[in-house]
Design a protein around this ligand. Structure first.
Ligand code: SF4
Ligand code: SF4
Ligand code: SF4
Length: 306
């Protein structure tokens, strides 16, 4: 029994967290939120069980769930129903005295979830993240990529707060929270802006530039992700061959190999828990777990190979 719990604790934990969030939201809002969050938890439960049994297909399962959840958010909830999840909407809504999916997404995915699974929303459900997964590449530039600037990241957040407040003060009829006809144009415009700027930036400043340097969501969730219960962990650091495949595989340019050498968990605020480093390691050094560094996992399922 203990072995079973140990093997399946990540899918079980993910499922229970989403169900609990769903129950809280049911009481605060209505039962549709319970269905939404329990459904996400159920999808994550099954995906992670597949990954445990078929680790070779880890990235395929992860990208599939990211495509499905991301599509649900952008095509159904945003474009069809009209919920804008982008950051400025929080402040448009606040100006109008309402709470919608933008603030709920921020609270659940960017403040609660990071204490358990870091920035996993980025690699499991973000639709713009999925777009960047399939379009951004480390190969686009030969020079060293531009490093993240906290000043730029927080300056961008300040801009995304000031613009909605300014529009509400000076051009109130254009506040999408108060103008149903305009809301879908804002949703389309904001999402197009993000994917365009993110696509172009990667040719000049390197892999996942928008995510690494600008995205307000990871700037916020990164404050809490270092306290995450589950992290990428070198469970068998002594088996590391120094091949550097993990560092090369990381889209967020984290030097995973050095962390393995230093026998440290990946606590970098930019880690999106995509597990590409885990998939790239042929020596089974890395694992997403709450276990300690160098706690070699004796689990028959892990021996199935990648
Ligand atoms: S950093 Fe932002 S754009 Fe990138 S995957 Fe995360 S939430 Fe999406
Ligand atoms: S991929 Fe594995 S073996 Fe290679 S450097 Fe990274 S942790 Fe070490
Ligand atoms: S450290 Fe690993 S899990 Fe984190 S972003 Fe890099 S490749 Fe993904």
């Amino acid at each position: 029994m203990k072995h079973l719990i140990d093997t399946y604790k990540i899918p079980i934990a993910a499922f229970l967290i989403f169900v609990m969030v769903g129950i809280v939201m049911w009481f605060i809002r209505d039962i549709r939120y319970f269905y939404l969050f329990a459904g996400i938890g159920f999808a994550e439960l099954n995906t992670r069980i597949f990954i445990i049994h078929y680790p070779k297909y880890r990235q395929f399962f992860r990208l599939t769930i990211q495509f499905l959840l991301g599509s649900m958010f952008i095509f159904w909830l945003s474009l069809f129903i009209g919920v804008n999840f982008q950051f400025p909407e929080i402040f448009f809504d606040a100006s109008a005295g309402i709470v919608t999916g933008a603030l709920i997404q921020m609270l659940v995915a960017r403040i609660v979830l990071p204490f358990f699974f870091g920035n996993a929303f980025c690699s499991r459900a973000c639709w713009t993240g999925f777009f960047f997964e399939v379009t951004n590449s480390k190969k686009y530039i030969s020079k060293p990529p531009t490093e993240r600037s906290e000043l730029l990241a927080w300056g961008y957040i300040a801009l995304l707060i000031l613009v909605p407040i300014g529009i509400n003060v000076f051009y109130k009829p254009y506040n999408p929270a108060e103008n149903d006809d305009l809301r879908k144009y804002w949703i389309i415009g904001e999402n197009l802006f993000i994917v365009t700027i993110g696509f172009v930036m990667t040719f000049f400043t390197g892999s996942r530039s928008y995510c690494r340097m600008l995205c307000p969501f990871i700037t916020i969730s990164g404050l809490f992700s270092k306290f995450s219960l589950f992290k990428i962990t070198p469970v068998a650091a002594d088996s590391c061959t120094g091949c550097n495949a993990c560092t090369k595989a990381c889209p967020m340019l984290i030097d995973v190999k050095t962390l393995v050498y230093e026998k440290k968990k990946v606590s970098d605020k930019l880690c999106i828990v995509c597990e590409r480093c885990v998939s790239s390691c042929n020596s089974d050094v890395l694992k997403l777990t709450n276990k300690k560094v160098n706690s070699v996992v004796v689990n028959p399922l892990d021996l199935k190979g990648k």
